[in-house]
Design a protein around this ligand. Structure first.
Ligand SMILES: Cc1ncc(COP(=O)(O)O)c(C=O)c1O
Ligand SMILES: N[C@@H](CCCC[NH3+])C(=O)O
Length: 436
């Protein structure tokens, strides 16, 4: 398993993360356990901030909370000076309760509920990213009622087909997100936003998908947007303040993945935008991005205990773990691939092909298909699965009434609980006993 950040093999030959032996983490916090390498998150953010910088325009990085969000994570994001992208009332409320500055919050969603728009306007968040025409009337109505004006970006779909899994593409002519750049009445929508007394139209947003390795797709998207900004300025005299490029920067999951260092991708985007700005002279002032996975993905490791090993007559070897698709649905949903190791034997090269399977009542409850673990792997061993920092905790479920694992942050030899492990009482706390 490729190790990132502070993960290493310690003097006892065990995997350690943030200076804490993974076996000690298991003793204290049990399994399954999500472990987040705090230092790696912090250094990744620092690298991004350093690379995503221009002397020609302002830059902002908003962390996409959907990747991994807890109150502690929000505090970390705040301390690092990033903005926050939220996509529901629940995420917005978490940010509000965590004391995150609302002037650094951006709200997304293709079907924002009236009460979510009301919360956003009331809290005084920075930007609502308008996803479709119906939403404009909703925002205007809320602003009229509250006597406020709301800054918005319009999410456009530049029709760029990035090479990533079909389910995590968000651009293309049939996408559920945003308004196509090729939609005939786009210009009328822009005019409507620009003329609305309740709306401060700031510019455009786009997000072409997730886990994208080739930076050329971001460049293609930027090119389409800048061409459109030029047209807007020439035809309507509208000068756009902000362009938000979304997130989507790919990370390493398994052998063969070769993402460009994030700082190189971001520098490329800056260089290209500076060139576009010089070429078109459209007077825009601010470039934003919204990375999620590239901030937390490699920083997460999930620890499980092996409960059984089964050799099938068909020649497949299953290693059963005490979690599964309830804590990581990505393999079932996107055919995601991961690497794993046995925590007290991470470098053993005498391996065999295994299927790392969960304990849920579903044949597709697999974390790793065709993985490798030592032949010596046995019941009671602790298995670590790498790069589970993004979209695992946040996509966890209670299927089969599984409890959500604890999340711990590790740094400088200390582990801190970010989310306590659920217990069976938590599972029934909202159930009502009604008369039959
Ligand atoms: C609008 C928007 N912004 C940002 C992100 C974050 O993407 P990623 O985690 O791939 O950086 C997403 C998720 O794909 C998204 O839909
Ligand atoms: N949840 C997806 C990516 C995020 C999609 C959000 N637009 C994944 O795990 O890869």
């Amino acid at each position: 398993m490729k190790l990132f950040g502070t993960s290493k093999i310690n003097e006892k030959g065990n995997l350690s993360i943030g200076g804490v032996d993974a076996l000690e983490l298991v003793k204290e916090f049990n399994t399954p356990l999500y472990v987040m390498d705090q230092e790696l998150i912090e250094t990744t953010i620092d690298k991004m901030k350093h690379a995503f910088h221009s002397t020609r325009f302002k830059t902002r990085i908003a962390y996409a909370g959907k990747a991994f969000l807890t109150t502690g994570m929000i505090k970390l994001i705040e301390s690092k000076g990033l903005d926050l992208d939220v996509v529901s009332g629940g995420e917005l409320y978490t940010a509000y309760k965590a004391g995150f500055p609302m002037k650094r919050v951006h709200l997304h969603g293709n079907n924002k509920l009236i009460n979510e728009i009301e919360m956003a306007v009331e809290y005084g968040i920075d930007t609502i990213v308008v996803d479709n025409e119906d939403e404009i009337s909703k925002i205007e109505k809320v602003c009229l009622e509250k006597g406020k004006k709301q800054a918005v970006l319009l999410r456009i779909d530049p029709g760029i087909e990035a090479h990533t899994h079909h389910y995590i593409k968000t651009s293309g002519l049939t996408s559920k997100f945003g308004i196509s750049l090729f939609q005939e009445n786009l210009i009328d929508i822009v005019k409507r936003l620009n003329d609305s007394p309740y709306i401060d139209f700031k510019g455009f947003h786009t997000h072409i998908g997730s886990q994208i390795f080739q930076s050329k797709f971001f460049i293609f998207a930027l090119e389409e947007i800048f061409k459109y900004l030029d047209k807007l300025k020439k035809e309507l005299g509208i000068i756009v303040h902000t362009v938000n490029m979304g997130g989507g920067f790919g990370v390493y999951y398994k052998e063969g993945d070769d993402p460009k260092p994030i700082e190189d991708v971001l520098s490329e985007i800056i260089t290209y935008t500076e060139a576009m700005e010089i070429k078109y002279q459209i007077g825009f002032k601010e470039l934003c991005i919204e990375p999620g996975r590239s901030i937390v993905g490699n920083a997460g490791t999930t620890l499980y205990e092996v409960g059984g090993i089964k050799e099938t007559v068909g020649g497949k070897t299953y290693v059963f773990i005490d979690g599964g698709m309830s804590d990581n649905i990505r393999t079932a949903l996107y055919q995601a691939e991961y690497e794993a190791c046995v925590v007290n034997n991470p470098n053993d090269t005498d391996t065999r092909e295994i299927t790392l399977a969960g304990k849920l009542c579903e044949s597709g409850d697999i974390i790793i298909n065709k993985g490798k673990l030592p032949k010596s792997t046995k019941i009671g061993d602790i298995v670590a699965v790498g790069t589970t920092g993004a979209y695992c905790y946040t996509m966890s479920s209670h299927y089969n009434r599984m409890v959500t694992p604890a999340v711990v942050f590790v740094k400088d030899g200390k582990a801190k609980v970010a989310v306590r492990r659920e217990n069976y009482e938590d599972l029934i706390k909202n159930d009502e006993i009604f008369e039959l």
